[in-house]
Design a binder for this molecule. Structure first.
Ligand SMILES: Cc1cc2nc3c(=O)[nH]c(=O)nc-3n(C[C@H](O)[C@H](O)[C@H](O)COP(=O)(O)OP(=O)(O)OC[C@H]3O[C@@H](n4cnc5c(N)ncnc54)[C@H](O)[C@@H]3O)c2cc1C
Length: 358
């Protein structure tokens, strides 16, 4: 098939890669440069849902997290670059006796739901966390991972090129039509068009959808100068602390439904202060990077995949929101299967139809 992908963020590239693996001729069009959107970020937590009250969404994410290591190893090998992937696990503080009891129950259910391959285990507070941050110890899950978002996106673009994908930068798409896209550079046609332009993708498909498909949620994060090796990531007090392979630690993020300006402000200082209170090792670590981006949030929060109404051969892969990196390679496989007409199971809440139902 001839396939056009609109957007060179992590989802567009994952779709392009999955199609190229099937032998399709793929061209990616990006308005700016690879990773210009939310995917050019610095946090990169790949974290599971809690192992109880199982449902198709949790299963989908489990399968994505479980296969992430093999996928990113393939990308690293093909690109000759480093995505920064590592299954480092995650620590979450226990704040009460009640939380301890709940964690014990989840430790049991994780054995079945995670097939004994990963654990949800109770541990004493590590020395890297302050006493006040984890008064009843921590839960350590061994399924969570991390990657370096900007590096992973660059590596995936290189892997796509190695598979024969053409990635066209500075090629904005302003209009969609049956099997085609148009921009200031002209018009291109294909058997299938995949719209994966992050938050701007919602506006591209909005003329065809009965309800506005989605919006942006701003996030701010920082990179601190400290090498914590493969210490598990920490999620506490609403803040992620992610040790990266390149000797830095990411802390984030804010979640802002409205904002006055792009860039970072004092809300990020609050996040950094919280992270330092949780992990005193960070107290003297210099802030190397302050970063902000806009997450694409579909109108009912979950990913939005499927044919765009009223347009032949145009498919949405939108709504990566806060979990875009953890799901990316599986989303790519699903979307490639969908445009090829192959049977594929996804949670109902991931379908464009579901988002438009209310
Ligand atoms: C502060 C912050 C922290 C985050 N932390 C995590 C985390 O820990 N773990 C996680 O999994 N996710 C995290 N996310 C979310 C993650 O970054 C997103 O889910 C993901 O990057 C979205 O990828 P995307 O490909 O859908 O969109 P984007 O990365 O935004 O890519 C869209 C692309 O489309 C291009 N484009 C836009 N308009 C057009 C057009 N008209 N024509 C052509 N191209 C166009 C853009 O230039 C861009 O390259 C975080 C996000 C933020 C902001």
């Amino acid at each position: 098939m001839q396939v056009i992908v609109v957007g060179a963020g992590i989802w567009g590239l994952a779709c392009a890669y999955a199609c190229a693996r099937r032998g399709d001729h793929v061209t990616v069009y990006d308005a700016g440069r690879v990773g210009d959107g939310a995917s050019g970020g610095i946090v990169g937590a790949l974290a599971p849902h809690v192992p109880d009250q199982w449902n198709p969404k949790k299963q989908f994410q489990f399968e994505a997290l479980e296969t992430a290591g093999a996928f990113w190893a393939e990308v690293d090998a093909l690109s000759g670059m480093a995505s920064g992937y590592g299954r480092i696990g995650r620590l979450q503080p226990l704040l009460s006796e009640k939380a301890v009891e709940l964690a014990k129950a989840r430790a049991m259910s994780a054995v079945d739901l995670w097939h004994g391959r990963y654990h949800w285990q109770l541990e004493d507070r590590p020395e890297t966390m302050s006493e006040s941050s984890a008064p009843f110890g921590v839960v350590h899950d061994t399924l969570s991972g991390r990657l370096n978002p900007a590096a992973a996106t660059t590596a995936l673009a290189a892997a796509c090129r190695a598979k024969g994908v053409q990635v066209l930068e500075s090629h904005a798409v302003v209009e969609l039509a049956n099997n085609s896209i148009t921009g200031p550079w002209g018009t291109a046609t294909a058997d299938a068009v995949i719209v994966s332009a992050g938050v701007a993708g919602f506006d591209l498909i909005a003329p065809q959808t009965p309800l506005h498909p989605g919006t942006g949620v701003k996030g701010q994060a920082a990179l601190l100068d400290l090498d914590m090796g493969d210490h598990p990531q920490i999620y506490a007090d609403g803040v992620y602390i992610i040790p990266h392979a390149n000797g830095s630690v990411a802390v984030g993020s804010t979640s802002e439904n409205t904002w006055e300006a792009d860039g970072t402000d004092d809300k990020l200082d609050t996040v950094i202060a919280k992270a330092r209170a949780i992990c005193p090792l960070l107290a003297d670590a210099a802030v190397k990077v302050r970063w902000s981006g806009i997450r694409p949030k579909a109108r009912r929060r979950d990913p939005m995949l499927g044919p765009v109404p009223n347009l032949r051969g145009v498919h949405a892969a939108l709504g990566a929101f806060k979990i875009g990196f953890g799901l990316s390679h599986k989303i790519g496989d699903v979307v490639a299967a969908q445009i090829h007409g192959d049977p594929v199971e996804i949670p109902e809440s991931f379908t464009l139809d579901w988002h438009m139902a209310k």
